[in-house]
Ligand binder design. Structure first.
Ligand code: IYR
Length: 222
């Protein structure tokens, strides 16, 4: 077999069956506590914490191990302001004319609107870009595969790592979000995927009392 990678032993983590169930239940209980938060404290967080979370995100599986993502870390208040102004401009148009009646009705219980103060309040904004292709040193295109799936999985890892660290985030998708390429001066092979404010929740916030679907409503056994 011709391969660029030597194969090395896989040292699987191992637990006995009781431990496995206990760990699965403990993780479930913990991840169930995660909520999307829209009001952020400006309390700073150390960059080491952000970097560690992003390393976890970057460990996600990806098509042919191409890792087709870039995580932009924004803390500069001037850039955050620029992003907020551009995002709110798009969102105002969304809420006032582009979103359907049904969509607005579905969002009403969540209390969202076009105003996005969290884009300035949160100490960090993580702007995730997907790389539709890569470029070699000569500028030739190199293919990436299952980009949408890969970057989506990496964002899932990121969100879980944020919760694990005791921080909060929100999957924000200002739409359209091309303005992020310009503001952050990204190369042409990168397209914005998701914007995640990162920080502590503001004091005494509330979240909507949503319920998660029951297991029998999300699983089919064969
Ligand atoms: N992107 C808009 C609208 C929005 C859409 C969905 I679907 C949500 O679950 C929440 C919001 C916004 O961020 O307000």
């Amino acid at each position: 077999m011709n391969t660029d990678f030597p194969f090395i032993p896989y040292n699987a983590v191992q637990f006995d069956e009781d431990q496995m169930l206990e760990r699965a239940k403990a993780w479930n209980e913990f991840i169930q506590k995660r909520r999307s938060v829209r009001e952020f404290s400006s309390r700073p967080i150390p960059i080491d914490l952000v970097n560690s979370i992003l390393q976890s995100a970057g460990s996600a599986p990806s098509g042919a191990n191409k890792q087709p993502w870039t995580f932009c870390v924004v803390s500069d208040p001037k850039i955050k302001r620029e992003i907020r102004i551009a995002a709110e401009k798009e969102e105002l148009e969304n809420y006032e004319s582009r979103m359907s009646e049904e969509w607005l009705r579905d969002l009403a219980p969540l209390g969202t609107d076009w105003k996005k103060p969290f884009l300035e309040d949160a100490p960090y904004l993580i702007v995730v870009f997907k790389k539709s292709h890569d470029l070699d040193e000569q500028g030739n295109k190199l293919k990436n595969y299952y980009v949408q799936e890969s970057v989506g999985i990496a964002c899932g890892f990121l969100i879980a790592a944020v919760h694990n660290a005791g921080l909060v985030t929100l999957t924000h998708t200002p739409s359209p979000m091309n303005f992020l390429c310009k503001i952050l001066n990204r190369p042409e092979n990168e397209k914005p995927f998701l914007l995640l404010p990162l920080g502590f929740p503001a004091d005494e916030i509330t979240v909507p009392d949503i319920q998660r679907k029951k297991l029998e409503d999300i699983v089919a056994y064969y």
